[in-house]
Design a protein around this ligand. Structure first.
Ligand code: SAM
Length: 231
């Protein structure tokens, strides 16, 4: 794990000072994963590359120096917790509907002394009533297809902010299908970039949606409706 991080962080333009905290997080993840379903990736070197470095690739693509970010459907903390560890001036909300996962994240933050992450149990479509259009960034990985994901994430982003959707490559059709949702919800696709996760040959993609106008009040709809009739 350490070798992967020692090679991967500089490749992303990041300092290696965060390695002890990232390693401790990964250890807690693998330990807890024995009794709770947190991740299908169980080799430490794979956790380092496919979870930690993949999450941190967002920094090399989008900066995320400071301001506020919400990670929608963070699960075991990806990408939001590695971002919070490496970017202490970024205020991160780790949002997930599953209480057990959020409980695990609270423990990790307490153990590591991470004070710039808030762990919230809730559904994104309900959280929008509380934190509508306040975040500088929304980020999300592996939660839903892009049309639905836009409806979960864009209402949380302020006008002038950005939603970063982490996707696999070969998602042209999905991105095309999301065109209507992006527009209706007040967004505009700013850029799409592919990147190779350092130390691997895995290519992933980030779709960056800029919030250019307010989201109409009737969105987000209830989850069942979003799934049944995506925008
Ligand atoms: N983002 C993490 C990752 O990439 O490892 C977790 C991905 S996991 C496949 C999807 C997560 O999204 C689950 O933890 C699930 O509970 C959460 N989720 C799904 N729909 C959600 C919603 N509407 N609001 C909040 N969390 C949601």
């Amino acid at each position: 794990m350490r070798q992967v991080l020692e090679a991967g962080l500089p490749a992303l333009g990041l300092d290696t000072a965060a390695i002890p905290a990232l390693e401790r997080f990964a250890e807690m993840l693998l330990q807890r994963n024995r009794v709770m379903n947190l991740t299908a990736i169980t080799e430490p070197r794979d956790v380092a590359a496919l979870h930690l470095l993949d999450s941190l690739a967002l920094i090399s693509l989008a900066g995320l120096e400071d301001g506020s970010a919400v990670d929608v459907g963070t699960g075991a903390g990806f990408p939001g917790l590695p971002l919070a560890i490496v970017r202490p001036r970024l205020q991160v909300t780790l949002l997930d509907s599953l209480g057990k996962r959020v409980g695990f994240l609270r423990e990790v933050c307490e153990t590591l002394g991470v004070t710039n992450a808030e762990c919230v149990q809730g559904r994104a479509e309900e959280f929008a009533a509380e934190r509508r259009e306040v975040y500088d960034w929304a980020v999300s990985r592996a939660v839903a297809a892009l049309p639905v994901l836009c409806e979960l994430c864009l209402p949380l982003v302020r006008v002038g902010g950005y939603f970063l959707a982490m996707k696999s490559s070969h998602t042209e059709a999905e991105i095309e299908q999301a065109g209507g949702a992006v527009r209706i919800l007040g967004g505009r696709i700013a850029w799409i970039r592919d990147y190779t996760i350092p130390t691997t040959e895995v290519v992933h993609r980030v779709v960056c949606v800029e919030k250019v106008a307010g989201t109409p009040k009737k969105y987000p709809r209830r989850f069942a409706q979003m799934k049944k009739t995506p925008l």
